[in-house]
Design a protein around this ligand. Sequence first.
Ligand code: SF4
Length: 353
Amino acid sequence: MSPQKKLQGWYQIHKRDLPFRKKKQAYPIWVSEVMLQQTRVNAMLPLYDSFMKRFPTPESLASAEEEEVLSYWKGLGYYSRARNLRKAAIFLVQNYNGSFPKDLNLVLKLPGVGNYTARAILSIAYDLPLAVLDGNVKRVLSRYFGYTENILGSKADTDLQQKADDFLNKDHPGDHNQAMMELGATLCLPESPKCLLCPLTDSCYARIHQKTGEIPLRVKEKKQIQLSAEILVFDFKDKILLVKEPKMRFLKEMFHLPYGFIGEIPEETYEPTSFFLALKELFPSLLALGKFKHTITHHKMEFSVLRQSLKERTQVETLAKNFGVESKWVQLSSLDREFPSSLASKVKKFLLY
Ligand code: SF4
């Protein structure tokens, strides 16, 4: 019997009875996959149930207010994922009548949907022959095939995706993907894998060569993080607004120009603050002055400079106060002194023309 068939047989006996696996429908699978990116199944299930009761279809999610969607995301963190989920639901309703396109490249265009999620949805809901690669699957594949290179290295994903594609059971791609993930989560554990119970034990390289302790090799390389940000210049008469926000990822110890990260946010710590979002809402037509690049350690950022000249300053000051943010007004000529970061001089260049 082929290893794929053994795996399929094992999965049919050992699969967990999970609500999102009951029907082969893209929407519940999508919601569950996004939730599972940040929490374990048992912790996620009650939150999943209440989310699905309130938003049972892409249409119901698309027509809900963002705030309500976020309130159903409480306990899961990474609120940008909930925002993207809603945005993607709106996109699906507007462009595909609320259903998922059966095409990897089209699904990858949805906000917040990466390679893993797209492949999981399409293989599980539509049985498209697309192999998934998550942390569990990488561990199983590297042990099974004896992949001895660093699985955190830059080429590992390409190498292991190739192995995952070759190993895929094309008759049952959805079940196969879930079986691989389940195997990694329950038997092929990082420490002390339960090889005697494993359906792949006869042909597994690491088991045969007693190398389960060495494979996979994990050597952390500091990954470069790409970020897009907006930095805001509010001027009143000849002065500029600086703020001090304790919740910021960078510059939290100093007065600085208000800024926030936008677009794809890699981790919760980079999410824009509520104060920044409220400022953007209060001034929806900020004038774009230009862009510049900025690097802080392994963060590569692109900042857009946006400006608003104010007729009065109390509105902004009150907003800052309401969000517990300190504010002050400084002369442009003293900006570098008051905001001692190279960001200040980069922004200043746009203001001197
Ligand atoms: S035999 Fe052991 S090491 Fe190999 S895939 Fe199964 S659990 Fe993992």
